[in-house]
Design a protein around this ligand. Structure first.
Ligand SMILES: [Zn+2]
Length: 323
Protein backbone atom coordinates (compact mmCIF):
# COMPACT_ATOMS: atom_id res chain seq x y z
CA UNK A 1 0.00 0.00 0.00
CA UNK A 2 1.39 3.40 -0.92
CA UNK A 3 1.70 6.27 1.49
CA UNK A 4 -0.95 8.12 -0.50
CA UNK A 5 -3.38 5.20 -0.20
CA UNK A 6 -2.82 5.09 3.54
CA UNK A 7 -3.46 8.82 3.79
CA UNK A 8 -6.66 8.48 1.79
CA UNK A 9 -7.88 5.64 4.03
CA UNK A 10 -7.01 7.64 7.15
CA UNK A 11 -8.82 10.70 5.79
CA UNK A 12 -11.89 8.64 4.92
CA UNK A 13 -11.97 6.89 8.32
CA UNK A 14 -11.57 10.25 10.05
CA UNK A 15 -14.65 11.40 8.18
CA UNK A 16 -16.65 8.27 9.05
CA UNK A 17 -15.66 7.95 12.73
CA UNK A 18 -14.32 11.34 13.76
CA UNK A 19 -14.35 10.56 17.49
CA UNK A 20 -12.14 7.49 17.24
CA UNK A 21 -9.64 8.93 14.78
CA UNK A 22 -9.28 12.21 16.61
CA UNK A 23 -8.59 10.32 19.84
CA UNK A 24 -5.86 8.28 18.11
CA UNK A 25 -4.27 11.31 16.53
CA UNK A 26 -4.37 13.28 19.79
CA UNK A 27 -2.58 10.65 21.86
CA UNK A 28 0.76 9.67 20.33
CA UNK A 29 2.33 6.69 22.07
CA UNK A 30 4.36 7.57 25.14
CA UNK A 31 7.51 5.63 24.43
CA UNK A 32 10.70 5.70 26.46
CA UNK A 33 14.22 4.76 25.54
CA UNK A 34 17.69 4.72 27.09
CA UNK A 35 20.79 5.14 24.92
CA UNK A 36 23.93 3.07 25.45
CA UNK A 37 27.15 3.54 23.48
CA UNK A 38 29.61 0.65 23.30
CA UNK A 39 33.26 0.02 22.46
CA UNK A 40 34.72 3.20 23.96
CA UNK A 41 36.91 5.08 23.60
CA UNK A 42 36.01 4.29 19.95
CA UNK A 43 34.86 1.23 18.04
CA UNK A 44 37.70 1.63 15.62
CA UNK A 45 40.24 2.92 18.18
CA UNK A 46 42.95 0.56 16.95
CA UNK A 47 43.02 2.40 13.62
CA UNK A 48 42.57 5.92 14.98
CA UNK A 49 45.00 8.40 16.48
CA UNK A 50 44.36 9.72 20.00
CA UNK A 51 43.66 13.13 18.44
CA UNK A 52 41.00 11.61 16.16
CA UNK A 53 39.42 9.76 19.10
CA UNK A 54 39.33 12.99 21.11
CA UNK A 55 37.75 14.90 18.22
CA UNK A 56 35.13 12.19 17.65
CA UNK A 57 34.32 11.98 21.37
CA UNK A 58 34.03 15.76 21.71
CA UNK A 59 31.60 15.96 18.81
CA UNK A 60 29.52 13.01 20.04
CA UNK A 61 29.27 14.38 23.58
CA UNK A 62 28.35 17.87 22.36
CA UNK A 63 25.50 16.39 20.31
CA UNK A 64 24.26 14.31 23.28
CA UNK A 65 24.39 17.42 25.47
CA UNK A 66 22.52 19.51 22.92
CA UNK A 67 19.86 16.79 22.56
CA UNK A 68 19.67 16.30 26.37
CA UNK A 69 20.25 12.55 25.98
CA UNK A 70 21.51 10.82 29.15
CA UNK A 71 23.67 8.06 27.61
CA UNK A 72 25.89 5.46 29.30
CA UNK A 73 29.18 4.58 27.56
CA UNK A 74 30.72 1.09 27.73
CA UNK A 75 34.49 0.78 27.71
CA UNK A 76 37.10 -1.64 26.37
CA UNK A 77 40.18 -0.48 28.27
CA UNK A 78 42.59 -2.40 26.04
CA UNK A 79 42.07 0.35 23.47
CA UNK A 80 43.69 2.86 25.86
CA UNK A 81 47.08 1.19 25.68
CA UNK A 82 49.00 2.49 22.71
CA UNK A 83 52.62 3.52 23.26
CA UNK A 84 52.98 7.27 23.63
CA UNK A 85 49.21 7.86 23.61
CA UNK A 86 47.96 6.34 26.87
CA UNK A 87 47.47 9.66 28.67
CA UNK A 88 45.73 11.24 25.72
CA UNK A 89 43.44 8.26 25.22
CA UNK A 90 42.50 8.20 28.92
CA UNK A 91 41.81 11.93 28.68
CA UNK A 92 39.45 11.31 25.76
CA UNK A 93 37.61 8.70 27.83
CA UNK A 94 37.49 11.10 30.78
CA UNK A 95 35.44 13.50 28.64
CA UNK A 96 32.45 11.22 29.32
CA UNK A 97 32.25 11.59 33.12
CA UNK A 98 33.36 15.21 32.64
CA UNK A 99 30.14 15.66 30.67
CA UNK A 100 28.21 14.02 33.53
CA UNK A 101 27.77 10.74 31.65
CA UNK A 102 28.35 7.39 33.30
CA UNK A 103 30.70 4.69 32.03
CA UNK A 104 30.20 0.94 32.22
CA UNK A 105 32.45 -2.08 31.72
CA UNK A 106 32.40 -3.86 28.33
CA UNK A 107 35.43 -6.04 29.31
CA UNK A 108 39.08 -5.23 28.70
CA UNK A 109 39.55 -6.82 25.27
CA UNK A 110 36.03 -7.60 24.01
CA UNK A 111 36.10 -11.43 24.16
CA UNK A 112 32.98 -13.45 23.40
CA UNK A 113 31.65 -15.48 26.32
CA UNK A 114 30.75 -18.08 23.68
CA UNK A 115 34.41 -18.52 22.76
CA UNK A 116 36.61 -18.15 25.86
CA UNK A 117 36.64 -20.00 29.16
CA UNK A 118 34.71 -18.78 32.17
CA UNK A 119 37.97 -17.93 33.96
CA UNK A 120 39.38 -16.02 30.99
CA UNK A 121 36.15 -14.06 30.64
CA UNK A 122 36.02 -13.15 34.32
CA UNK A 123 39.67 -12.08 34.27
CA UNK A 124 38.91 -9.85 31.30
CA UNK A 125 36.03 -8.25 33.19
CA UNK A 126 38.33 -7.48 36.14
CA UNK A 127 41.10 -6.19 33.89
CA UNK A 128 38.56 -3.88 32.24
CA UNK A 129 37.75 -2.05 35.48
CA UNK A 130 40.98 -0.28 36.39
CA UNK A 131 40.92 3.07 34.57
CA UNK A 132 37.16 3.33 34.28
CA UNK A 133 36.66 2.87 38.03
CA UNK A 134 39.29 5.53 38.73
CA UNK A 135 37.78 8.07 36.32
CA UNK A 136 34.30 7.51 37.72
CA UNK A 137 35.53 7.83 41.32
CA UNK A 138 37.09 11.21 40.45
CA UNK A 139 33.59 12.30 39.41
CA UNK A 140 31.91 10.70 42.43
CA UNK A 141 30.34 7.96 40.35
CA UNK A 142 30.59 4.20 40.74
CA UNK A 143 31.09 1.49 38.15
CA UNK A 144 27.79 -0.39 38.09
CA UNK A 145 26.89 -1.48 34.54
CA UNK A 146 28.16 -4.33 32.42
CA UNK A 147 27.52 -5.07 28.75
CA UNK A 148 28.40 -8.43 27.16
CA UNK A 149 30.69 -8.14 24.10
CA UNK A 150 28.83 -9.11 20.88
CA UNK A 151 25.78 -9.49 23.21
CA UNK A 152 26.95 -13.09 23.54
CA UNK A 153 25.80 -14.42 26.90
CA UNK A 154 27.15 -17.99 26.83
CA UNK A 155 26.63 -21.27 25.01
CA UNK A 156 25.02 -23.01 27.95
CA UNK A 157 22.84 -21.95 30.84
CA UNK A 158 25.38 -22.88 33.51
CA UNK A 159 28.06 -20.59 32.03
CA UNK A 160 25.53 -17.85 31.59
CA UNK A 161 24.31 -18.05 35.18
CA UNK A 162 27.83 -18.33 36.63
CA UNK A 163 28.89 -15.14 34.85
CA UNK A 164 25.72 -13.40 35.99
CA UNK A 165 26.45 -14.36 39.60
CA UNK A 166 30.07 -13.23 39.23
CA UNK A 167 28.99 -9.87 37.79
CA UNK A 168 26.41 -9.38 40.51
CA UNK A 169 29.01 -10.12 43.22
CA UNK A 170 31.26 -7.45 41.74
CA UNK A 171 28.42 -4.93 41.92
CA UNK A 172 27.32 -4.93 38.30
CA UNK A 173 23.90 -4.69 36.74
CA UNK A 174 23.82 -6.28 33.30
CA UNK A 175 22.74 -3.78 30.66
CA UNK A 176 20.48 -5.65 28.20
CA UNK A 177 19.71 -4.37 24.71
CA UNK A 178 16.25 -4.30 23.15
CA UNK A 179 16.97 -2.25 20.03
CA UNK A 180 20.02 -2.57 17.79
CA UNK A 181 20.33 -1.30 14.22
CA UNK A 182 23.92 -2.45 13.64
CA UNK A 183 25.42 1.04 13.45
CA UNK A 184 28.90 -0.54 13.65
CA UNK A 185 28.42 -1.98 10.18
CA UNK A 186 27.09 1.23 8.56
CA UNK A 187 29.64 3.14 10.67
CA UNK A 188 32.59 1.08 9.42
CA UNK A 189 31.75 1.94 5.80
CA UNK A 190 31.03 5.55 6.77
CA UNK A 191 34.39 6.01 8.52
CA UNK A 192 36.35 4.64 5.60
CA UNK A 193 34.40 6.91 3.21
CA UNK A 194 35.10 9.86 5.52
CA UNK A 195 38.83 9.13 5.43
CA UNK A 196 38.76 9.14 1.62
CA UNK A 197 36.61 12.28 1.53
CA UNK A 198 33.84 10.35 -0.25
CA UNK A 199 30.92 12.51 0.89
CA UNK A 200 28.43 10.85 -1.47
CA UNK A 201 29.02 7.45 0.16
CA UNK A 202 28.87 9.04 3.62
CA UNK A 203 25.45 10.52 2.80
CA UNK A 204 24.29 7.19 1.41
CA UNK A 205 25.34 5.40 4.64
CA UNK A 206 23.52 7.92 6.84
CA UNK A 207 20.37 7.50 4.77
CA UNK A 208 20.56 3.68 4.78
CA UNK A 209 21.34 3.60 8.50
CA UNK A 210 18.40 5.82 9.44
CA UNK A 211 16.03 3.89 7.16
CA UNK A 212 17.16 0.59 8.66
CA UNK A 213 16.83 2.00 12.19
CA UNK A 214 13.22 2.93 11.50
CA UNK A 215 12.50 -0.60 10.24
CA UNK A 216 14.19 -2.21 13.29
CA UNK A 217 12.22 0.00 15.68
CA UNK A 218 8.92 -0.84 13.98
CA UNK A 219 9.72 -4.57 14.12
CA UNK A 220 10.66 -4.62 17.82
CA UNK A 221 7.83 -2.34 18.91
CA UNK A 222 5.46 -4.85 17.32
CA UNK A 223 7.33 -7.83 18.80
CA UNK A 224 7.21 -6.16 22.24
CA UNK A 225 3.43 -6.01 22.13
CA UNK A 226 3.19 -9.56 20.83
CA UNK A 227 5.38 -11.22 23.43
CA UNK A 228 4.98 -9.09 26.55
CA UNK A 229 1.78 -7.22 25.85
CA UNK A 230 3.20 -3.70 25.95
CA UNK A 231 6.18 -1.66 24.80
CA UNK A 232 8.69 -1.60 27.66
CA UNK A 233 11.25 1.09 28.36
CA UNK A 234 13.60 0.19 25.53
CA UNK A 235 17.41 0.15 25.55
CA UNK A 236 19.17 1.08 22.30
CA UNK A 237 22.67 -0.08 21.43
CA UNK A 238 24.93 2.37 19.58
CA UNK A 239 28.71 2.49 19.20
CA UNK A 240 31.38 5.15 19.61
CA UNK A 241 32.07 6.02 15.98
CA UNK A 242 32.10 8.92 13.53
CA UNK A 243 28.70 7.97 12.09
CA UNK A 244 27.09 8.64 15.48
CA UNK A 245 29.31 11.64 16.27
CA UNK A 246 28.31 13.32 13.00
CA UNK A 247 24.66 12.25 12.85
CA UNK A 248 23.25 11.29 16.26
CA UNK A 249 21.09 14.44 16.11
CA UNK A 250 19.25 13.07 13.05
CA UNK A 251 18.92 9.69 14.77
CA UNK A 252 17.44 11.42 17.86
CA UNK A 253 14.95 13.27 15.62
CA UNK A 254 13.85 9.99 14.07
CA UNK A 255 13.44 8.39 17.51
CA UNK A 256 11.46 11.37 18.86
CA UNK A 257 9.24 11.25 15.78
CA UNK A 258 8.29 7.70 16.79
CA UNK A 259 7.00 9.10 20.09
CA UNK A 260 9.99 8.40 22.33
CA UNK A 261 11.53 10.45 25.08
CA UNK A 262 15.03 9.78 26.32
CA UNK A 263 15.49 8.36 29.81
CA UNK A 264 18.45 7.12 31.86
CA UNK A 265 19.53 3.49 31.79
CA UNK A 266 18.68 3.31 35.50
CA UNK A 267 15.12 4.40 34.74
CA UNK A 268 14.83 1.91 31.85
CA UNK A 269 16.03 -0.96 34.05
CA UNK A 270 13.22 -0.22 36.54
CA UNK A 271 10.80 -1.68 33.97
CA UNK A 272 9.52 -5.06 35.15
CA UNK A 273 10.32 -6.51 31.75
CA UNK A 274 13.98 -6.78 32.77
CA UNK A 275 13.13 -9.37 35.40
CA UNK A 276 11.26 -11.66 33.00
CA UNK A 277 12.55 -15.24 32.74
CA UNK A 278 15.37 -15.39 30.20
CA UNK A 279 16.64 -18.86 29.35
CA UNK A 280 18.25 -17.87 26.06
CA UNK A 281 21.43 -19.63 25.10
CA UNK A 282 22.88 -19.75 21.64
CA UNK A 283 25.67 -19.00 19.27
CA UNK A 284 24.16 -15.75 18.17
CA UNK A 285 24.39 -12.69 20.36
CA UNK A 286 21.01 -11.06 20.03
CA UNK A 287 18.68 -8.69 21.72
CA UNK A 288 16.68 -9.36 24.87
CA UNK A 289 13.30 -9.15 23.16
CA UNK A 290 14.50 -12.12 21.10
CA UNK A 291 15.67 -13.79 24.35
CA UNK A 292 12.20 -13.48 25.88
CA UNK A 293 10.47 -14.55 22.67
CA UNK A 294 12.66 -17.66 22.42
CA UNK A 295 12.19 -18.40 26.15
CA UNK A 296 8.43 -18.34 25.52
CA UNK A 297 8.88 -20.78 22.65
CA UNK A 298 8.30 -18.21 19.93
CA UNK A 299 11.22 -18.38 17.51
CA UNK A 300 12.27 -15.24 15.69
CA UNK A 301 10.35 -14.58 12.50
CA UNK A 302 10.68 -11.90 9.87
CA UNK A 303 13.60 -10.13 11.47
CA UNK A 304 14.64 -7.20 9.25
CA UNK A 305 18.20 -8.01 8.16
CA UNK A 306 20.70 -5.37 7.13
CA UNK A 307 20.49 -4.85 3.32
CA UNK A 308 22.81 -7.25 1.44
CA UNK A 309 24.56 -4.36 -0.35
CA UNK A 310 25.61 -2.91 3.03
CA UNK A 311 26.89 -6.30 4.20
CA UNK A 312 28.91 -6.68 0.99
CA UNK A 313 30.45 -3.23 1.29
CA UNK A 314 31.32 -3.94 4.90
CA UNK A 315 33.00 -7.26 4.04
CA UNK A 316 35.10 -5.44 1.43
CA UNK A 317 36.54 -2.94 3.93
CA UNK A 318 40.30 -3.06 4.28
CA UNK A 319 40.12 -2.89 8.08
CA UNK A 320 36.78 -4.33 9.15
CA UNK A 321 35.53 -2.81 12.34
CA UNK A 322 34.61 -5.17 15.16
CA UNK A 323 31.28 -4.50 16.91
ZN1 LIG B 1 31.11 -4.19 21.77
Amino acid sequence: MSRMQILIILAVSAFLVPGVSTACAATPPDRQIAITIDDLPAGNADFMSAADITQMTTKLLAALHEQKIPAVGFVNERKLYRTGEVDERIKALDLWPDAGLELGNHTFSHPSLNKVSLKAFEDDVIQGETVTRLLLAQHKMTLRYFRHPFLETGRDLQTRREVEAFLSERGYHIAPVTLDAWDWMFGGIYEEAKKRGDTALQREMVKSYLTYTDVVFAYYEQLSKQIIGYEPKQILLLHGNWLEADHIGELADLIRKRGYRFITLEDALSDQVYSLPDMYIGEEGTNWLDHWAITLGKPRQGFPVVPASIQEQYEALTKPHVP
